[in-house]
Design a protein around this ligand. Sequence first.
Ligand SMILES: NC(=O)c1ccc[n+]([C@@H]2O[C@H](COP(=O)([O-])OP(=O)(O)OC[C@H]3O[C@@H](n4cnc5c(N)ncnc54)[C@H](OP(=O)(O)O)[C@@H]3O)[C@@H](O)[C@H]2O)c1
Length: 281
Amino acid sequence: MPRSIPDTALPGGLSLPILGLGTWAMGERAEAADREVEALQRGLDRGITLIDTAEMYGDGGAEEVVARAIAGRREKTFIVSKVYPWNASSTGTITACDDSLRRLKTDCIDLYLLHWRGSHPLAETVAAFEALKAAGKIRAWGVSNFDVADMEELFAVEDGANCAANQVMYNLTRRGIEFDLVPWCRERGLPVMAYSPIEQGLLARHPDLVHMAKAYQATPAQLALAFVISQPGLVAIPKTSDPHRVEENVAALDIALTVEDRRVLDALFPPPQRKMPLEMV
Ligand SMILES: NC(=O)c1ccc[n+]([C@@H]2O[C@H](COP(=O)([O-])OP(=O)(O)OC[C@H]3O[C@@H](n4cnc5c(N)ncnc54)[C@H](OP(=O)(O)O)[C@@H]3O)[C@@H](O)[C@H]2O)c1
């Protein structure tokens, strides 16, 4: 049965579900595609509507997997895709978006992100994003792997403050952004999309989390996800190609962490006490 997924507001009036489905490493092998489609569809069946992809993943193959998964139910999904930094010029951004739309078999991407900073001036990329929005090819745009200084630079260019989200690496073992980037985004009503929320699978086997999860009748992956999505303005996009793990990850929505739970997690995975460099994979 689909369930209702809480969401967080995006600047500009849209809303973003707090739990989505990642697709990195999908679309790389033809023989794995059916299972990947099944995993994404399992998420959709359970009410997860947010799917995160990029032109980079599987060289466009992940977007093709997404297209298969959402066929016939595009209107019930929220699709995020990303442009490579070296494509993010005035004209390159438009071409890359058109290519993504073709692979995704849709006429509009809900949220289109600059994957990371490159050499094209931010003003050029922003102008291209705004042109795509005006043409109805994207509904909102944002950035990824931007630290506070990058965000300040972005907000200083024309229309830069129209940025709707920042997608960065964040999980229990990588909490650096809590010191400055999360408060910066929160002050501006900008959601932070946490990628690698399970530390690319490692948190599912982390001994402390394994131990703690037993007391909660939960799994370590669920605790890792609950840690992220229980915070206001944070969104987690775990990736799995396993339909059973999709079910497991969706059930993280049922975990209500208490103040005491957070204290235990802080003791095991201490929050930052000073500015940390933004982490990336
Ligand atoms: N913007 C960026 O620069 C950027 C960078 C990295 C990632 N991302 C996005 O964020 C998404 C998530 O990040 P990620 O893929 O790096 O890492 P992740 O979601 O933290 O972890 C994915 C790994 O964890 C495993 N896994 C998932 N659920 C599990 C569970 N319940 N129990 C045990 N293992 C589990 C998956 O394996 P199986 O598939 O075998 O289940 C996969 O190997 C990506 O797919 C991508 O969409 C964005």
